[in-house]
Design a protein. Structure first.
Length: 575
């Protein structure tokens, strides 16, 4: 159970993926090369796909006509009014901190001041944080972006609260229209989605900045949790029953808060759901991050140490997009209580919040998405390019890790059936096992060993209603992010996209919404009426298989028979 991703810090340094460039604006390009991860393109496509599809549901910006404003809610800053929509009370665009602009750029979030007037909210969301919108090839968002959205049943008191942290490699995404919490809210839970600072504006570390390692985005998330703790009772929620959940970078954020002494000391949440967020469990130290930040500052014309702070705060926000690369990862900072040690170090030492209930999991074929996007951007399949290119990509993935990449490439070719898609599927399996599946398995074991209520899932539906990649030369299977629709898509969209039977998609979606919402209620995903298949704890050697036509408890041996975690516990070293 002490498996650690062999890529270690290498996962954090390869901030780019392909040997091409995505043109963002006329004079703004985002370089990226092969490595971990191809997340910006993934997450941008996800945001584009979902935002465009939810226009008719509870999460989209063009929802069914809003009804009369609901009764005012009193918060710590003043009263606000939301709207009634699709059987919910909806409060979109609530500011939870002062705008991080001017002197507050590259500074911890500051609480809001009191206001005298009632804030009238509408169906519109607050602005996204600054990022690149690949749908329009332009810069999107605004630095004034620290907003959250609250969705509640029409009535209720002391309801459980679920706080969604979006993914996007920490450079893309938002808590707005791409997520529809309608079905969760129907289970008598309150759902909150939020924005947080992204990219270099959210994670730049520099000696001139008092920055907790530059983790402004994580600080934003915790400030949002503080606001929720202080105010959610006014919306009918229980401030002592909060579940944080997120996917990919959102799941990585959840892991960061699990090991954050600050989050534990303030009791910001009681339960956590980690969806495909177990990657990159090592973070760069503050010293390494600040050295990288100095290089960024120099490249932006702010290399003078005496004036760097003001220079960085005076630059147009768009300038940071030209140098931030394709992803960022939070940094550890031993001098603070936000993230003083890396996730993996804290887990290894047992220095994390053990007073939590945990749900954690991964998807069967996480890596196929990244290989398919390589195929999309390069215009040719890996199998068409040949074995030399396959070995080159494996070497790129493990460069500087101390592992024998060529032996890994050979071994996984041996594990993959010979056929037209052998190279693509072998590389996909390497990504899946080394980055996602085996880390999730090990982390579930760590939580179980700490006597925490721990439930591990394995998402396996290969027909998931997920269409980010138009086509690929090989089957994607249950790829990265394909579980999200089952919890945060409306039923109509699920049915319109599903390639299997309508009965299957409805059943699995209903079961997953039930598991997620019931876990938020009492830390146990099993339904009180016993209708859905039982989900035993990970300590019993069980991984709950989420698949059609039915979910089921499954022996961990099934999981380990598919993912080669024993291999990654002792991978071949480069001699």
């Amino acid at each position: 159970m002490n498996y650690v991703s062999p890529l270690g810090n290498k996962l954090n340094k390869n901030n780019s993926h392909c040997a091409t460039e995505i043109t963002i604006m006329k004079n703004i390009t985002l370089p990226h090369r092969r490595g971990f991860l191809l997340k910006p393109l993934v997450s941008a496509l996800l945001a584009i796909s979902l935002a465009g599809c939810l226009s008719g549901g509870g999460g989209g910006s063009d929802d069914a006509p809003a009804q009369a404003a609901v009764s005012a809610v009193s918060t710590t800053e003043g009263d606000l009014k939301g709207i009634s929509m699709n059987g919910m009370r909806v409060f979109r665009g609530i500011p939870y901190a002062q705008p991080p602009v001017g002197e507050l750029r590259f500074a911890p979030p500051e609480p809001l001041a009191q206001r005298d007037e009632t804030l009238q909210l509408s169906a519109e969301f607050g602005s996204s944080c600054v990022q690149v919108d690949l749908a329009t090839s332009s810069v999107a968002g605004n630095e004034d972006c620290l907003y959250l959205n609250v969705y509640t049943p029409e009535s209720g008191e002391d309801l459980p609260v679920m706080v969604w942290i979006h993914g996007g490699a920490f450079v893309f995404g938002n808590g707005g229209g791409e997520y529809d919490p309608t079905r969760l809210v129907a289970q008598d839970v309150i759902v909150v989605t939020l924005n947080y600072r992204l990219g270099l504006l959210g994670f730049l570390a520099h000696p001139s900045l008092a920055s907790d390692g530059g983790n402004f985005g994580l600080m934003d998330q915790q400030q949002a949790l503080r606001w929720i703790k202080a105010n959610i009772a006014a919306f009918g929620g229980d401030p002592d029953n909060v579940t944080v959940f997120g996917e990919s970078a959102g799941g990585h954020s959840v892991m960061s808060h699990i090991v954050s002494p600050r989050a534990k000391a303030e009791n910001l949440f009681q339960r956590a759901i980690v969806q495909s967020g177990s990657y990159a469990p090592f973070q760069s130290s503050k010293a390494v991050a600040q050295a990288a930040g100095q290089n960024v500052a120099t490249s932006l014309g702010c290399g003078n140490s005496q004036t760097a702070e003001n220079c960085l705060r005076d630059l147009p926000a768009t300038q940071f997009l030209t140098v931030q690369g394709s992803q960022v990862i939070p940094n550890s900072d031993a001098a603070t209580d936000l993230l003083p040690r890396t996730i993996q170090t804290a887990l290894n030492d047992g220095d994390f919040n053990t007073d939590l209930d945990i749900m954690i999991g991964s998807n069967q074929d996480e890596g196929t998405l990244f290989v398919a996007l390589d195929e999309l951007t390069e215009g040719s399949s890996l199998d068409a390019l040949g074995e030399a290119e396959y070995r080159s990509r494996v070497a790129d993935l493990f460069a500087g890790s101390g592992l024998d990449a060529d032996q890994i490439a050979t071994d996984y070719l041996g594990y993959t059936p010979v056929g037209a898609n052998q190279l693509s599927l072998a590389l996909s399996a390497i990504w899946t096992d080394s980055n996602f599946a085996c880390n999730a398995y090990a982390q579930a074991g760590t939580f179980s060993t700490a006597n925490m209520n721990t439930y591990q899932y394995w998402f396996r539906d290969e027909d998931a209603p997920w269409t980010l990649v138009p086509s690929a030369s090989f089957p994607l299977g249950a790829t990265h992010a394909s579980e999200i629709p089952y919890v945060l898509y409306p039923e109509s969209l699920m049915r319109s996209r599903y390639t299997g039977t309508e009965v299957d998609v409805d059943r699995l979606a209903s079961q997953m919404v039930g598991y997620w919402s019931q876990f938020a209620k009492d830390g146990d995903p099993n339904s009180t009426d016993g209708v859905d298949p039982n989900w035993a704890q990970a300590s019993g050697g069980i991984v709950n298989t989420l698949d059609t036509p039915t979910t089921a408890d499954g022996s961990v041996l099934n999981f380990l028979g598919y993912h080669r975690c024993s291999y990654w516990a002792s991978p071949p070293l480069d001699n």
